[in-house]
Design a protein around this ligand. Sequence first.
Ligand SMILES: Nc1ncnc2c1ncn2[C@@H]1O[C@H](COP(=O)(O)OP(=O)(O)OP(=O)(O)O)[C@@H](O)[C@H]1O
Ligand SMILES: [Mg+2]
Length: 298
Amino acid sequence: MLSKALRSNRTNSLMNEYSSLLGDAVLRNRARTAEQAARIESELASRVKSEFIANMSHELRTPLNTIMGFSKIIANQDDRRIPPDEIVEYAKLIYDSASHLLSVINDILDISKIQSGKFTIDARATSIEEILNYCIASSKTEAVDAGVNLINKISTPLPPVRGDAGKLKQIFANLLSNAIKFTPQGGEVIVEAVATTDGGLVVEIQDTGIGMTEEEIDIAMSPFGQVDGSRTRWREGAGLGLPIARSLVDLHGGRVNITSEKGKGTVVSVMLPSRHQVSAMRGLERVLTEDIGASPDA
Ligand SMILES: Nc1ncnc2c1ncn2[C@@H]1O[C@H](COP(=O)(O)OP(=O)(O)OP(=O)(O)O)[C@@H](O)[C@H]1O
Ligand SMILES: [Mg+2]
């Protein structure tokens, strides 16, 4: 009887010892896993941060260096006489770099205004056809330079929307620029626009470019997010065009949807509500400054 009791005590103490060892091992393992996760997260954050800083300083410094370099050459005419056609060429390069710099700075200011909730739009009855045709015509040179076929498949007539013409141009110019930029030579970019039965419309910008995975679309939609943020990436940019475009569409009461397949291409759809629906939105009413042209109830 006694030996049975002793055996049971021994078993209990072995069990206790074993469970305490097991508990320690589990805790140690958890601590190690948490430590590893924190290390990976901080390495990733610091890589993203350095990529961001390297990328932004490149975006700002490159045009500034061009401006300074060529204006210095022109200013030093006395040391080396420059033929007039060369001066014109340098002036064009200076102008292009200054325009690029201005657009990067404007994008940074826009995104900070959007993030602080202070961005407003000036909504009026607007012809989306005119805006799309203007954006397609303005992107023609970019497409020709990139060897991309830009095709206009807009179904007319389209209903007028209630929106801010300047901001709508900004949205479609950004989306078209992406479609062209991320489509290799020989590819296609198609712009389609159709009226929906509820009086709104859908604009689709399709490309046969490099495409994105679902995770990459999430990155692309976030401010400064670029799928390939490294300095070796094959296209320039600050990573602001898409998030700004999405926020501007939101301000118009619309929606942006992206479907994409890696290596196949991307379709960006912009849904804009009918001007009657927009008029009914209280949030937008607040930012209406003036409404010339057809009245919303017309
Ligand atoms: N049509 C597309 N096809 C493939 N990738 C795209 C497309 N559009 C956007 N992306 C990806 O999303 C990222 C973010 O796009 P976004 O327009 O915000 O920035 P960007 O074009 O790099 O720079 P920015 O527009 O500020 O000049 C791009 O860097 C690219 O990786
Ligand atoms: Mg862009």
